[in-house]
Design a protein around this ligand. Structure first.
Ligand code: CTP
Ligand code: CA
Length: 225
């Protein structure tokens, strides 16, 4: 009974989550995308809400229902996701960058369908801005900035490098080379790193993994208070 009467752990907190892929348009019918389903980020948003947080979800193009009680902003391209995230940022306590943001986008989007010609085709791509690093360096920086790291090798080394380089508080790494660990599926497993610690979240449904991640986020918020 006592547990049911205790206030939820994230009551009064505001959590901003980005989720899903971004689609970078080449022309009116083609784009560069990636295999992110958005399920992990949506599960994180739902878990944060269930723990009592006020949640804003900036979503790339995904086919998922909005979790109950969550405010959702839909975007397509990395540049639009960055704008939506930075616009929503003030007064948030936590940012969780679960989106699989394109690292490069076409230098230009053609107004007409590109016609087939020649035996090869080159498309110039330009680097996108790093939303997560920009959030971590922002004047309205949330107390806790959490990144994801999708890796296929040397998980801890690459994840810790991102943690330091981007100025994050936590990074949740998943080994996307392993079946059922990350993109597309309903299950995941995470290794979460912070400066002085590590917690492994066992393989399971993304909903359960997200709940554990949000418990860790609540722990870290309390530890830094
Ligand atoms: N990220 C971002 N903006 C980008 C690229 C990545 O906000 N333009 C964020 C992702 O949302 C994720 C984290 O950075 O939280 C790590 O993404 P990942 O692709 O693993 O790392 P990168 O820094 O892009 O490096 P690389 O792809 O070379 O491993
Ligand atoms: Ca990347």
């Amino acid at each position: 009974l006592e547990a049911t009467l205790a206030p939820p752990r994230l009551a009064g907190r505001r959590v901003l989550v980005s989720a899903g892929p971004t689609f970078e348009d080449i022309d009116p019918v083609r784009f560069i995308g990636n295999r992110s389903s958005g399920k992990m980020g949506f599960a994180v948003a739902a878990a944060a809400r269930r723990l009592g947080a006020e949640v804003t979800l900036v979503a790339g193009p995904v086919a998922l229902d909005t979790p109950a009680g969550v405010r959702r902003v839909d975007v397509r391209r990395a540049a639009q996701m960055r704008e939506a995230v930075l616009a929503a940022l003030p007064d948030h306590d936590v940012y969780i960058g679960a989106a699989a943001v394109a690292d490069y986008a076409p230098a230009e989007t053609l107004p007409q369908k590109l016609k087939k010609a020649g035996e090869s085709l080159q498309i110039t791509l330009v680097r996108t801005a790093d939303i997560l690093a920009d959030v971590a360096a922002h004047a309205a920086r949330p107390r806790l900035v959490v990144g994801f790291a999708a890796e296929t090798q040397d998980l801890e080394a690459y994840a810790r490098d991102k943690l330091h380089r981007k100025g994050l508080d936590l990074i949740a790494a998943n080994d996307v080379s392993r079946a059922g660990h990350g993109f597309e599926g309903d299950d995941n497993a995470l290794s979460v790193f912070w400066r002085e610690g590590r917690r492994d979240i066992a393989h399971g449904p993304k909903t359960a993994v997200a709940r554990e991640l949000m418990d860790l986020v609540a722990d870290r918020l309390e530890a830094e208070a």
